[in-house]
Design a protein around this ligand. Structure first.
Ligand code: URA
Length: 435
């Protein structure tokens, strides 16, 4: 085979065979397909698309580029959750211990925040001592001890994705539904899972701003998973305003613990419980979604879910006492309130500028090789539909470095629209795609 023929076929709108795709992906490790050939193929895929079969073949080839973790020694169906990312999205920290306490083994491989969105690994690493860089033996050990494990992508999992993702970033080819679906699913399917719950977000704070694109991505990922015999459910959820009230790494750990303690904001808790219930259903620990919801509520009320999270923190080297005494978590030195310019109802609270403000404070990164400040972020005092009085705080920024504070305050101000009309916030869950 020759790369140039494969690139030409896709450039001209043709369909690639599974063998051609496998050969191109294999070329990354063999070293006989040049970077410029892969970048040309990526652009041809972005412009011409891929069929469901081609997308599945690409996913499988990327998955097979590394190890496929064997978790068959653990009884039961192993289920993970993947979110396409948003602002204030800390559901993984809440739902993984809930599903594990309900009896579903949760082997979770997560990512870091990029741009305006946060990442589970950065949040977990704000817990003093918590290690997310376990190798595969450590991954299995913690899963055995706790019934759940939360790590970052290891060098063994889907290395072709690492190469292709870097190339897409540099060649303006990230925004392709088949490439995104193959990238996400190749990593998830290599984790050794039996089932996966997808939280595909749409809205101004999401990767897929338009609902039809989010639906197409959800359908593509469900199709890939099912073609591999996995149990998959996708929820399409609204990311117009941030989820919960806290945005920033250690602040989001605090809000997650509040949820596991039975408190926490309603939108965040409702979505976390619903995603956890979908995991419990896929894991075969309930006969109906209603029964799964009851089980999830029960393990929160009994404290079993929080206890699971404490065990996980200790097993991964973290300080579990920081979950009871939040002063042991990284805390910012200074605070600044943004107040409402008028009295009225919050008509809109846009997620993107809130995520952007948090990144300006240092909680996020613009390049993958940057570090983050775990202590900084912001705490919202009002969300869509809430009544606020003129001069009352809308949001408190927690910061260490004032260099970009003015810019961050301006971003937070631009996120809020206040008006006289009362309104009820829209439902977070827009749709459910299940077998
Ligand atoms: N997340 C991924 O893992 N891959 C993509 O392509 C986009 C988001």
């Amino acid at each position: 085979m020759r790369a140039v023929d494969i690139i030409r076929a896709k450039r001209d709108g043709g369909t690639l065979s599974a063998e051609q795709i496998e050969w191109m992906v294999g070329g990354i490790a063999r070293g006989d397909v040049a970077d410029y050939q892969w970048s040309a193929l990526l652009m041809a895929i972005l412009l011409k698309g891929m069929s469901g079969e081609e997308t599945s073949a690409l996913t499988m080839a990327m998955m097979r580029s590394g190890s496929i973790v064997d978790l068959s020694m653990f009884p039961g169906l192993k289920v993970d959750k993947h979110s396409t990312g948003g602002v204030g999205d800390k559901t993984s920290l809440i739902l993984a211990p809930i599903a594990a306490a309900a009896g579903v083994p949760v082997p979770m491989v997560s990512g870091r925040g990029l741009g305006h969105t946060g990442g589970t690994l950065d949040k977990l690493e704000s817990i003093p001592g918590f290690r997310t860089d376990l190798d595969l033996d450590g991954y299995r050990r913690v899963l055995r001890e706790c019934g759940l494990v939360m790590i970052g992508q290891t060098a063994e999992i889907a290395p072709a994705d690492k190469y292709l993702y870097g190339m897409r970033d540099a060649t303006a080819t990230v925004e392709s539904i088949p490439l995104i679906a193959a990238s996400i699913m190749s990593k998830k399917l290599a984790e050794g899972i039996d089932g996966l719950v997808l939280d595909v977000k749409t809205g101004n704070g999401a990767f897929m701003a338009k609902l039809e694109d989010a639906r197409a991505l959800a359908e593509a990922m469900c199709g890939i998973g099912r073609s591999m015999g996995k149990r998959i459910t996708a929820l399409i959820t609204r990311m117009e305003q941030p989820l919960g009230l806290m945005v920033g790494n250690s602040l989001e750990v605090i809000e997650s613990v509040e949820c596991l303690n039975g408190g926490g904001p309603k939108d965040l808790m409702d979505l976390s419980l619903e995603l956890a219930a979908e995991m419990v259903l896929l894991g075969g620990k309930a006969k109906s979604l209603e029964e799964a919801r009851t089980t999830c509520r029960r393990v929160v009320d009994s404290g079993e879910a929080l206890e699971r999270f404490r065990r996980l923190v200790a097993a991964q080297g973290g300080d579990p006492t920081s979950l009871d005494d939040f002063s042991r978590l990284p805390t910012a030195r200074s605070r600044e309130d943004v107040v409402s310019p008028e009295s009225g109802y919050v008509q809109r609270l846009a997620a993107w500028p809130i995520g952007h403000a948090t990144m300006l404070l240092g909680a996020g990164r613009t390049r993958m090789d940057q570090g983050v400040d775990h202590a900084v972020g912001l705490c919202l005092q009002a969300k869509e539909g809430d009544f606020v009085k003129s001069g009352e705080p809308l949001c408190t920024l927690h910061y260490n470095d004032a260099t970009r504070l003015t810019e961050a305050v301006a971003a937070v101000r631009s996120a809020f629209q206040i008006g006289p009309e009362p309104l009820s916030p829209a439902d977070v869950i827009i749709d459910r795609l299940a077998d």
